[in-house]
Design a protein around this ligand. Structure first.
Ligand code: ADP
Ligand code: MG
Length: 256
């Protein structure tokens, strides 16, 4: 049965999508069967996996409204090496439409339960908000991976997310836990980043992943080629860090 993880942080531009697609590609390279679910109407994880969001006939939107199953709506990211349940702008409407519906926060969970036997990992790329879409992600998952930059306000920004995760854990999904915090876009030459990195370890202990993802331009260039960095330039420091991270995840779930 698949292990299901949300990649979440309510801030935009912190590296959620980069983490989702590169962890997925890294896991695929080490032989894992992976499904990426794009829960962001921007559709960046879809495009960054080599799937044209404008050409999709079925997306996660149809799955949330229960007019399609994941098996029907998924696409294959051939070069990326994993399946994708894509998203596009249509998904922005789901936020409003779901409010009216029953089991509104559990629709994704129900759909994933049907598909889970086909995968080792399901990775959900969340939008930069604590919205109904993110709530659907959190209700579906065994755990949350939180990418963060080691900047001055990083710890403060975490409080809202940690509180939301606690509430979901208490009321909707007793399985949910923070799997770990992933330090991304890291530049060791910046003293402040090293200091915040140490603070994080002090605060969260072994909830901080050992792997650190460096700032690496190849990771930023890859999406314009419709590829995860891990596939686009496997020799780059960023790609290698994500393959290391994939191995660390495989190890970590053994203890879950
Ligand atoms: P989010 O999904 O949280 O909004 P993204 O993954 O889209 O964040 O990342 C924001 C921007 O930072 C993108 O332009 C992305 O290419 C870039 N980026 C992400 N991680 C790295 C990294 N490790 N090194 C360099 N650029 C990165
Ligand atoms: Mg994103």
């Amino acid at each position: 049965m698949a292990k299901i993880f949300c990649v979440a942080n309510q801030k935009g531009g912190v590296g959620k999508t980069t983490t989702t697609v590169n962890l997925a590609a890294g896991l695929a390279q080490i032989g894992q069967r992976v499904l990426v679910i794009d829960l962001d109407p921007q559709g960046n994880a879809t495009m960054g996996s080599g799937i044209d969001k404008r050409k999709l006939e079925l997306t996660v939107y149809d799955v949330l409204l229960e007019s399609a199953s994941i098996a029907e709506a998924k696409a294959r990211g051939e070069k990326a090496g994993y399946d994708v349940l894509g998203a596009n702008r249509e998904l922005a409407g789901a936020e409003v439409e779901l409010v009216e519906l029953e089991r509104r926060e559990k629709r994704l969970k129900t759909a994933i339960a049907e598909a889970a036997k086909d995968y080792d990992f399901v990775l959900i790329d969340c939008p930069p908000s604590l919205s109904m879409l993110t709530l659907n992600g959190l209700c579906s998952a065994h755990g949350v991976v939180v990418p963060m930059q080691c900047e001055y306000f990083a710890l403060e920004g975490l409080t809202d997310l940690v509180n939301t995760i606690k509430q979901v854990h208490a009321n909707l999904n007793p399985d949910l836990q923070i799997i770990g915090l992933l330090r991304v876009m890291f530049d060791p030459r910046i003293t402040l980043q090293s200091q915040v990195s140490e603070q994080l370890k002090g605060h969260f202990g072994d909830k901080v992943f050992d792997t650190v993802i460096p700032r690496n331009v190849r990771l930023a260039e890859a999406p314009s080629y419709g590829l995860p960095g891990v596939v686009f330039d496997p020799a780059s420091k960023g790609a290698q860090a994500f393959v290391d991270f994939a191995r660390e995840m495989v190890e970590r779930i053994k203890t879950m």
